[in-house]
Design a protein around this ligand. Sequence first.
Ligand SMILES: *Cc1c(COP(=O)(O)O)cnc(C)c1O
Length: 244
Amino acid sequence: MNTAEEIKSNLDSVEKRIASACERAGRNREDISLIAVSKTNPVEAVVTALGFGQKAFGENRVQELCEKDDYIKQNGITVPEWHLIGHLQTNKVKNVIGRVDMIHSVDSLKLAGIIDKESKNKGLITKILLEVNIASEESKFGVLPQDAVDLAMSIAELKNVKLCGLMTVAPITENPESNRPYFRKMRELSVDIASKNKDNISMNVLSMGMTGDFEVAIEEGATHVRVGTGIFGKRDYTNKEGLI
Ligand SMILES: *Cc1c(COP(=O)(O)O)cnc(C)c1O
């Protein structure tokens, strides 16, 4: 894990890179949200980044998110805006409803339906994104691009979820430029879905871009970038237990 000084200087440098990407693309900095991906890092890392003014955090495992959220609440620390960005198993849905600001990883009508039902039980409307496997990679979660419009239209019928946009995890690459066509395709897909003018769907959110490629993603229209190693340093997966 990075020290507080490293986290601070990384946050500053990511901030500068976001600002220059916005400038190149003629976009406003306020239109981009930085989600600090804290997965595998201890809750202390979240608390440190919160102290430097970082507000939104992303986790990809429900249990880890809940443990960190509990710790923060028990210690009277200002609760961050949590984003669930990893694959969500249907039996874990009830644990996150009401806790997370947005679920980025919805890729089936079944999952959306369960989120809808649990949200209804709690009298809430949960914001979700449709995860798209934009490069049609075999190993990846997400709806295939050709199926995304239909799935969005079906999800729109659910009353206790609000479909706010699309999310993708682009291919791992050394060269961020190679993901530019995929980011562009995501944006086109979101325009397609928006053009259906369906009630209960807005396509205001495009969650794409990670440490290696967030600048290109911003140039292609990302509204939410998810940066982990670029803030907290290299992840250590050897000690997954006892994350707090
Ligand atoms: C881990 C993760 C990230 C952050 O990845 P970095 O390359 O460390 O920035 C972003 N999105 C998702 C879905 C992730 O699981």
